[in-house]
Design a protein around this ligand. Structure first.
Ligand code: OAD
Length: 244
């Protein structure tokens, strides 16, 4: 049973405009590893610089492609958990609802969320490494990665890598949402990767009440009005119960 402090119960129960900002932690209960956890995190075995930068892909496209193919498989086999489902249900009961995610796994959509602002792209999308365009069809190659059917260049996953800008429309929309909110719920993120990690401060400065859900303290915990030290699934179910 998750204890929600009185001030958060009252604010969340009555809020008209609520946004959720999610990170890798919300998919942890679906068996998808987070990035920075000491033992099990994705960056425990590999460094981000080796796998998640344009330079790494230029250096060793096959290794980077195959790592993403492994992650695609992992995510494909995963099912949404209680946390994704509670957020999908909240979309139906909160008048002004927004969902912003740093995740690329598509599990929010699988749970039934209809409008997801994906700040870091989507792992199932393919893009041409040379020209950047999104590709519906790719040419399979005996030597992975596949090739772009237009220019023959290597195909990369449609995710944002370190050192790359976020998609303009998405980050502007997220910033504008955070400028006019009653509540921002931040679930399952370490709050270390900018500009996404700057959104809670923006929301708070504009008057929003910030609720953090994370079993561990994070870079955002001090800023949050309430920190629910719990796993995302049960904590989000407890929040949903305040609205039904
Ligand atoms: P991190 O791996 O940095 O952080 C995951 C957070 O989830 C940690 O703070 C954990 O304590 C927390 N956590 C773990 N299990 C949880 C659970 N069951 N419920 C709630 N929280 C839990 O992942 P992100 O903050 O998402 O970017 O990382 C941000 C970005 O860094 C990612 O989008 C990715 C990465 O590099 C790119 O690839 C561009």
């Amino acid at each position: 049973m998750i204890e929600i402090p009185h001030n958060a119960r009252e604010r969340f129960g009555n809020a008209r405009s609520v946004a959720f900002l999610t990170g890798a932690g919300i998919s942890a209960e679906s068996g998808v590893p987070t990035f920075r956890e000491a033992q099990a995190g994705l960056w425990a075995r590999y460094s981000p610089e080796d796998l998640a930068t344009p330079q790494a892909f230029a250096r060793n496209p096959r290794m980077v492609w195959e790592w993403y193919q492994w992650r695609r498989q992992l995510v494909m086999e995963a099912s949404p958990n209680l946390g994704h489902e509670a957020i999908a249900a909240m979309e139906r009961v909160i008048p002004k609802f927004h969902l912003i995610t740093q995740n690329v796994d598509g599990l929010h959509q699988k749970a039934g969320s209809t409008r997801v602002i994906e700040l870091h792209g989507n792992i199932f999308q393919n893009r041409c490494f040379r020209e950047g365009m999104v590709l519906d069809l790719v040419l399979e190659s005996v030597d992975p990665p596949p090739r772009c059917p237009h220019c023959g260049g290597p195909v990369r996953p449609g995710v944002v890598w370190f050192g790359e800008p976020l998609p303009q429309r998405e980050i502007h929309e997220a910033e504008s949402i955070c400028g006019d909110l009653d509540i921002l719920v931040v679930a399952g993120t370490s709050g270390l990767v900018h500009p996404a990690a700057g959104l809670p401060a923006r929301a708070k400065a504009a008057g929003a009440f910030v609720i953090e859900i994370n079993p561990e303290p994070t870079a955002l915990s001090e800023l949050a009005d309430v920190h629910l030290r719990a796993m995302a699934g049960p904590a989000l179910v407890a929040l949903l119960e305040l609205r039904v």
